[in-house]
Design a protein around this ligand. Structure first.
Ligand code: FRU
Length: 628
């Protein structure tokens, strides 16, 4: 709504003022409830924040600041508490200190609990309140997170942006949240870098370091590309630039820079990269069921080149979050290949969202895939690996970060203060197996800095069973297991991660089926129904990000598997990272990666090895307690 229309609406509703003005006895503010579930808080701003009481499953209302009868910025959606307060989120008023403002809240009935529970405060308490919060994985301090966005590396700092809702722990109000790290494992939270605006949500995208000043904002300016998404404007590509190393961005005044030529509804997640042979920038945009390439000299004007992907990989699907990288095959720099990373939703072998990739060649116009359309290669074989994209400007290294969830139940995990974690950053590389080129994804070597205590376990043979009673003394549920497993003639060689409540994750090599399996059917909380209860409002929307599935048990309580044919040998090298609510398995340097969430009501602290068919060997085993 424009400012004029807004002023008129408030003026009109003003005729009804005086309907039950509700003064807060001990606060410098009053709430007036108008008609149609609109309320106006009138406030002398003396403190930094208005703390909003949130109820996770309440329908969304909306909130905005009004100053001198003008709307400031745009409305944000917020699930204000109706009958229960699950958590608080801060609504920043710092900019208005010492001034009078009105807060316009719409879509929340007068009977809602929130009116009693609203507070103002000078600070916002971000102390962790969640027992499932990972120890060493990146999470937002509060609020909702999905896809990693716009990651770049510069001057020794990794910048990680992410799809972020600062006003609740469910998807909404997409901003680019921002964290930085010097080593990919210790992260500091910064203020969100790009906020939802009148063009819409700030959806996923990428950044580049503009080394040649192509865009004209200075050498080494950071240029961000993202999708603005709204019902009014659809999905359009926009640009913003930063002259302070990605801390703050100015949106390009002539946005959008790219719209779909055929009016596509799903047209998003621009990935921009420099293509040396053409001395040009290229952008890939996911366009429904394909990826589209564009090129540009100035990062502002984009020319269509080609499309790739229709009919490729798993069907049916929806392409999202592309990346496009070049890597040597088997470490040979004379044999470079291009890889297109395609995140798809749905399409995962185990339901919901997952990441596939295609290996081939690029000539500056078109990408040609080496394999037939029906060949699908997976970057990860778990159920909680999505929206994976890579850092820009990392030289020879290609480092990817996956979001560790699945759209089927991402909004329903048993966590309130925040939702969403990123999986461990992974180093990508290409290897050949049986004449095919595959991409390995291994936990970055920087994760070794997390190893606090090392316990070496003597080599052992598993006859029927072999137990390690205490994985880590008084564990907080954060450790890594490393071992070589040689199944020999055993048909099954595996182990359970167990707690004393009988909750367990089974991880085993099924040699008959040629599969590595991780089974979380009895891993703890597996029925997410209670947490995923949705309001009628949500069920009516067709937005998959809000409610894709309502079978919160069957979608979670299952096992995932990977083909052992990706590995070479008789002995399998395993690195398994456990962190409160996740289990990430890497076999043989990432030839198999498998990422799964788990919600044990107590940390798993016993290992029970078991086998079938014959004895087998476990060697070179280390248990590392992990911490920051
Ligand atoms: C993928 C995705 C993207 C989109 C973003 C919105 O998870 O659907 O395609 O940009 O999430 O939050």
């Amino acid at each position: 709504m424009n400012k004029y229309a807004y002023t008129m609406k408030v003026a009109f509703l003003g005729l009804f003022l005086g309907l039950s003005p509700m003064a807060q006895a001990d606060a410098a503010w009053t709430v007036r409830h108008l008609v149609n579930e609109q309320s106006i808080i009138s406030l002398e701003v003396t403190e930094n924040y208005l703390l909003l009481p949130i109820q996770d499953d309440a329908p969304e209302g909306k909130i905005a600041v009004v100053k001198d009868n003008e709307l400031e910025g745009t409305f944000m959606n917020v699930r204000l508490a109706r009958e229960r307060v699950d958590s608080y989120v801060p609504f920043a008023l710092l900019a208005y200190k010492g001034q009078h403002v009105s807060i316009d809240i719409q879509g929340v009935p007068e009977s809602a609990l929130c009116w009693k529970e609203l507070k103002t405060a000078e600070t916002f308490d971000m102390t962790n309140k969640e027992s499932f919060r990972p120890v060493y994985h990146h999470t937002p301090a509060y609020g909702w997170m999905n896809d990693p966005n716009g990651m770049f590396y510069k001057d020794g700092v990794y910048h990680l942006y992410f799809q972020y809702n600062p006003y609740g722990s469910k998807w909404g109000n997409m901003h680019w949240g921002h964290s930085v790290s010097k080593d990919l494992v210790h992260w500091d939270h910064l203020k969100p870098a790009i906020a939802r605006d009148t063009l819409g949500h700030i959806f996923s995208g990428s950044t580049v370091v503009d080394k040649n000043n192509s865009a004209g904002y200075g050498k080494d300016a950071i240029i961000a590309f993202y999708t603005s998404a709204s019902d009014e404007h659809g999905q359009i590509q926009c640009m913003a630039y930063s002259n302070d190393n990605g801390r703050t961005y100015t949106k390009y005044e002539k946005n959008p820079i790219l719209t779909p030529f055929d009016g596509l509804k799903d047209f998003r997640d621009p990935k921009v990269f420099w293509y040396e042979p053409a001395q040009k920038w290229y952008m890939i945009v996911s366009a429904d069921k394909e990826m589209r390439f564009y090129s540009s000299s100035n990062l502002k004007d984009w020319e269509y080149q080609s499309g790739f992907g229709k009919g490729y990989g798993v069907q049916p699907n929806q392409f999202e979050c592309p990346d496009f990288i070049q890597l040597p095959v088997d470490g040979d720099k004379n044999k470079m290949k291009w890889v297109m990373i395609v995140n798809i939703n749905p399409g995962c072998m185990f339901g919901g969202s997952a990441t596939e990739y295609f290996v081939g060649d690029f000539d500056g116009k078109e990408f040609k895939c080496d394999t037939k359309p029906e060949v699908t290669k997976w970057l990860d074989y778990g159920k909680d690996h999505y929206a994976t994209v890579c850092f820009s400007n990392t030289g020879d290294r290609v480092i990817a970060v996956p979001w560790m969830s699945n759209w089927q139940y991402a909004n329903a995990t048993p966590i309130r203060q925040y939702r969403g974690a990123n999986a461990l950053p992974r180093e990508l590389s290409l290897y050949t197996k049986d004449g095919q080129i595959y991409m390995a994804a291994n936990a970055v070597k920087e994760t070794e800095a997390l190893r606090k205590d090392t316990r070496k376990v003597d080599n052992f043979t598993v006859k029927d069973e072999y137990k390690i009673d205490e994985i880590v003394p008084q564990t907080d549920g954060a450790y890594e297991l490393e071992m070589d497993v040689t199944p020999g003639k055993a048909q099954v060689a595996g182990f359970e991660l167990l707690n004393d409540k009988g909750e367990k994750v089974k991880i085993y090599l099924d040699m008959k089926a040629g599969k590595l399996v991780a089974d979380r059917t009895e891993s703890g909380i597996v029925d997410l129904t209670r947490y995923g209860e949705v309001t009628v409002h949500e069920k009516e929307t067709d937005d998959h990000r809000k409610t894709m599935s309502i079978n919160y048990k069957n979608d979670f309580a299952l096992g995932t598997w990977a083909p052992l044919s990706l590995c070479e040998g008789k002995t399998y090298h395993l690195n398994i990272f456990v962190d409160k609510c996740s289990v990430e398995i890497f076999v043989d340097g990432g030839r198999i990666a498998m990422t799964n969430l788990v919600f044990p009501t107590k940390p798993y602290n016993t290992l029970r090895f078991y086998g079938e068919g014959a004895d087998y060997k476990v060697e070179n085993m280390n248990i590392y307690k992990l911490g920051l």
